[in-house]
Design a protein around this ligand. Sequence first.
Ligand code: BG6
Length: 492
Amino acid sequence: MEQKQVIPTTFVILGATGDLMAKKIVPALFGLHEVKALPKEFRIVGISRRDWHDEDLRKHVAAILAVKAPHASQELVESFLERVIYHKITFETPEDYVALGEALQRIDEEHQTCSNKLFYLSVPPQFYKTILENIHKAKLAELCDPQGGWTRIVVEKPFGNDEKSARELDMQLAKLFKEDQIYRIDHYLAKETFQNIVTFRFYNNLFENDWGKHTVEKITIREFENIGVEDRGPFYESVGALRDVGQNHLLQMLALTTMDQPVSLTADAIRSKRAEILHTLILLDRAGIKKSTFRAQYDGYRAVKGVAADSQTETYFRVRGYLSHPRWEGVPIILEAGKRLIDPKEKKEITEIEVMLKHPQPCLCPPDRHYRNSIVFHQDPFEGITIHFWAKKPGFTMEAEERVFEFNLRRSERKSQYTEEYEKLLLDCIAGDQTLFTSSEEVAAMWRFVDPIVAAWSNGVVPLRQYAPDSPAIAAEAQVMDDAILAAVTGV
Ligand code: BG6
């Protein structure tokens, strides 16, 4: 894949010695370099407060690649390292940004060009405000060539920690960049399975006409992970599972599953449909939160470094919500995620969206069996779609049995966590395609739904249960409790 974009680009990473650089940015950029998808003139300017020189950063990057791309040839690694430059900044010092501006200009002059500038905030969110103010003062977001080129900014999740702080961050960004220059990352949007929902729903004439409350009984979105919190104690402790993956990944999965058909496949059209459906999430009040949410923490979590000994942070949650959109009124939406957890049915980690259909009315299927048709979009442990249905059992009787159509896009064969998604996302930032990035309206709508739940939980409205790690028991228990509440309401 050759990069069509020929305009020279400078990729400025603030926080170049941090975790994100090693986990996501370097492996993805290297992957793009390997398939020649980066512009020919593409420089990576790594920034941190360390007293480093180009050679130090290059060594650091080489060490990351030795782990993440162990089979890459020396020649390929060297050619990648040639793109890497280091610049020291203390984030709080305005003069340092002026010096950065001069350094960027020097790099451009050396290559006799005025390059596009992509700023990547790969730092903890508490630094955003200071960095953005200083970028503003030093006029780094201004174009060196008003006739062409661009400047853009990439912001990692979490985008704020509630609606208010997300709005404040947006206002801050808006002083410097227009919405079409701001790239808010949610790597789930770049996963093949979830991109494929748009294709499956809107390119085919299979289910879309009946996609809604008349046919769909409930939608369940699950993300059960084998891994625990590992070395991310301080971060995780301050957010918990609902804000870590619920407010973003799971709600984006919901948006793709339930949004109306966009008028076209442009970024604006798709993003506005995602935002529209997210705005129809019905906010839960205190009574609703008590009845329809469930939270728990795995035994051993409190021993993780950076976690409080009496931590009340959830590592598992289940939330039942509804949309006020006419197409989806009354359809329960279950959002469920957890760490150190396996699925009660599959007995392994899974990430999927299950769209369960109602029984036909009247139903000729066996009255004592409540097996219903469902369409499942699978992300883990394989990427694909399955359709579960009744079929006649071969033989002399009309006995029916459960069967499955399976579309297997591929077994999960990703290079390593995040790499494939970040390759796609970084390429799209460079190409200026915002389809797979979250708009400010989407972010606000997702926080609006999550904020009251987080507040009620921190007031102890819902007890925090404990669960044995690597067992499906807690998810099974939450399901039984929720199904009983649902049955009491609907009589089903
Ligand atoms: C991240 C969360 O956004 O997504 C992590 O912060 C989580 O806690 C991860 O493990 C899951 O991503 P993936 O791509 O491995 O499903």
